[in-house]
Design a protein around this ligand. Structure first.
Ligand code: FAD
Length: 392
């Protein structure tokens, strides 16, 4: 720490994933002075490791309104950000591979159609193959949401950060926040590995690492941190337009605009331990998880096993007990807002949730839609544990 003047942005956003980067743009557009800080850079963790499905189908009722707002907003992002996000509204097929999964999907379609979502139940393989011709005859039924889709996560998050900078935000990448100092129920100073800052408010959007900064303040989110294995093929000819999920969330797949197939496993336990790979944070997948993921994906999409493998990695989730995020002021600290715990499905809704958190950070009243995402909802142990999370 030097004698340089203390930076005093209105809001310091910690974490340049989709949540923090979209929050920083919102703040800059609203005229607030904002600094966006990240230990690495844009999309370095979950927002880069992600499958990057942009879906409403399979969302919890509390998240569905946010997902619908996000899907309305995604088509405008290229123009607003002045960059390609790679967003395509090419649908989401959630597959059933047996009768029990077909029942799960039928119930999902009934619930979400009643909530007003255009979600169709496809009872036979011929109808499913009209949407995704390469699927195998392991598939017995599916739901199809035509307004779901996917995007390029690194391009999207980088575009948010760049636009925020153009609108006046300061970007501080390669800098780690070490500690939040408090005084009189407020965050008084923020200590990084380089300097101290005295922001008016702090927006903590640090993903699965949020508790590293919360725990020393005597408060934490009840996060589990499972990992998901991801494989990506070399580019192949156009094969698959929609994102694929399955009823029990043990795999998902999509074809990037580059032609690469990008597939994910279900969530599994992770002992922790980030490593660095080419200067970026990385989690090493287990070899047996790689093998299991290939097996699961090839059963429904045989062409995957014929493609050349280009890359393999794993990503951590920030899983809350009810698999819903926390977007709220931290009760004990009036100028600290947390937006974390997105539980494996925070990418698609990021362009909406980041700005909502940003508005809290500058003192606006909480949006009604945030009622299910309060910080203290786990305090009395009343929240039921969610049985599964759906990726894709
Ligand atoms: C394999 C996988 C598949 C997924 N699939 C989907 C999907 O299909 N659809 C979907 O909607 N969601 C999906 N998700 C979830 C989604 O990617 C995340 O919910 C979302 O990206 C979280 O964004 P974030 O900005 O909140 O956190 P992150 O992207 O994790 O960003 C947190 C940032 O904080 C920084 N940071 C942390 N601590 C500090 C510190 N002390 N100082 C400075 N910087 C710090 C990190 O470097 C990081 O860049 C998936 C996730 C994974 C891992």
């Amino acid at each position: 720490m030097t004698g340089a003047p203390l930076a005093t942005p209105d809001v310091l956003v910690i974490g340049a994933g989709i949540t923090g980067a979209s929050a920083a743009l919102q703040l800059a557009e609203m005229g607030a002075s904002v600094e966006l800080i990240d230990r690495y850079g844009p999309a370095a963790m979950a927002s880069g490791w992600t499958l990057a499905g942009v879906r409403q189908s399979g969302r919890h009722p509390a998240e569905l309104p946010l997902a619908r707002s996000a899907v309305a907003l995604w088509p405008e992002l290229d123009e607003r950000l002045g960059a390609e996000t790679g967003y395509r509204r090419s649908g989401n097929l959630r597959l059933a591979r047996n009768a029990a999964e077909a029942e799960t999907i039928r119930a999902l379609v009934a619930d979400q159609s009643a909530a007003g979502l255009d979600l169709r139940y496809l009872a036979d393989l011929a109808a499913i193959r009209e949407i995704a011709p390469p699927l195998s005859d392991e598939v017995v039924a599916a739901s199809f949401c035509p307004t779901d889709g996917h995007a390029d996560p690194v391009a999207t998050v980088s575009a948010f950060a760049r636009r925020a900078s153009e609108q006046g935000a300061t970007l501080a990448f390669g800098e780690t926040v070490r500690h939040l100092e408090t005084r009189g129920g407020r965050i008084s100073r923020v200590i990084t590995d380089r300097r101290a800052l005295a922001p008016g408010a702090v927006l903590l959007a640090a993903g699965f690492l949020a508790n590293e900064l919360l725990a020393p303040l005597g408060t934490t989110l009840p996060l589990r941190r499972p990992m998901v294995t991801v494989l990506r093929s070399a580019p192949i000819a156009p094969l698959l337009a929609p994102v694929l999920g399955v009823a029990n969330a043990d795999m998902a797949a999509r074809q990037e605009l580059t032609g690469r197939l990008r597939v994910t496993s279900g969530a599994e336990d992770w002992a922790g331990g980030l490593v660095e790979r080419a200067g970026a944070p990385a989690i090493r997948p287990r070899i047996r998880s790689v093998q299991a993921t290939i097996d699961k994906v090839r059963r429904v999409l045989p062409a995957f096993a014929e493609a050349e493998l280009e890359d393999v990695w794993a990503g951590a989730l920030d899983l809350t007990p009810d698999a819903l995020p926390v977007i709220d002021r931290v009760p004990e600290f009036e100028n600290l807002v947390v937006a974390a715990g997105f539980s494996g499905h925070g990418f698609g809704i990021g362009p909406v949730t980041g700005p909502m958190a940003a508005r809290l950070a500058i003192g606006e009243e909480p949006d009604d839609r945030l009622a299910s995402f309060r910080f203290d909802r786990f305090a009395d142990g009343a929240v039921a544990t969610a049985p599964l999370t759906l990726h894709g």
